[in-house]
Write a protein that binds this ligand. Structure first.
Ligand code: PGA
Length: 252
């Protein structure tokens, strides 16, 4: 049995006051981490404050990090610095990072290795553009991303990886993939992992769906066999909405 994982990706939203208000609003009401993993990924500048105030069942994640320990990389954030303040998760290879900051599959792979060196659980993103979807190349495209991202990751570590399948055309557009469509691609990703590792690893890895998930459509998405959670942007910004998403995770 895979434990569902619901992660909010706040992107470049919420200042410190707003972020802390959210945490106060949700802390008492987050369901036990025995049933669902709940994560908020916030801007780097508020991470320390959120970690200090996270409730027992909420964990805090970063939205990106560099793949090196330190050095002359102005504006970057390192994995050791994230570990040092108690961050537990990091989103890697989000399509916005790939599109606006030229992140490549090779960068994603280096970041995945770096995350494990510093006890961070990587949430590795993949997903196709509308053009790729319409040309019928989705499975091949996503397979290439996943194979490249996981290069050299051992079977033991692989069981801890979280993958987020996020079709780019569904992100922030209000256009969700149908639950069948999302499940089919996620099954395909699980098969790729089966091929790279074995059945045990493939059945252990959690694969989230992301792209316009909200409290209205999450139940149906999570009712699918292979969808183990959600990576949620817009609908994670409101505390009541985030709680509704996490509660849906408990029912899975
Ligand atoms: P969205 O974003 O839920 O606002 O579509 C999802 C994501 O980019 O992770």
């Amino acid at each position: 049995m895979r434990k569902p994982i619901i992660a909010g990706n706040w992107k470049m939203n919420k200042n410190r006051d707003e972020a802390l208000q959210f945490i106060y609003n949700v802390n008492q009401n987050i369901p036990s981490s025995e049933f669902v993993e709940s994560v908020i990924c916030a801007q780097s500048i508020v991470l320390r404050d959120l970690v200090k105030r996270q409730g027992e069942s909420l964990r805090i994640g970063a939205q990106n990090m560099h793949y090196l320990d330190n050095g002359a990389y102005t504006g970057e954030v390192s994995a050791p610095a994230l570990e040092n303040i108690g961050v537990k998760y990091v989103i890697i290879g989000h399509s916005e990072r790939r599109a606006y900051y030229n992140e490549t599959d090779a960068d994603v792979n280096k970041k995945a290795h770096q995350a494990f060196l510093y006890n961070l659980t990587p949430i590795i993103c993949c997903g196709e553009s509308l053009e790729v979807r319409e040309s019928g190349e989705t499975n091949a495209y996503v397979k290439k991303q996943v194979v490249a991202a996981l290069k050299g990751i051992t079977a033991k570590l692989m069981k801890e990886v979280v993958i987020a399948y996020e079709p780019i055309w569904a992100i922030g557009t209000g256009r969700t993939a149908t639950s069948e469509m999302a499940n089919d691609t996620i099954k395909e990703i699980r098969n790729v992992i089966r091929g790279l590792y074995n059945d045990e690893v493939a059945e252990a890895v959690r694969i989230q769906y992301g792209g316009s998930v909200n409290p209205k459509n999450i139940d149906e998405l999570l009712s699918m066999s292979d969808i183990d959670g959600a990576l949620v942007g817009g609908a994670s910004l409101d505390s009541e909405s985030f709680l509704a998403l996490v509660r849906a995770g408990v029912k899975k």
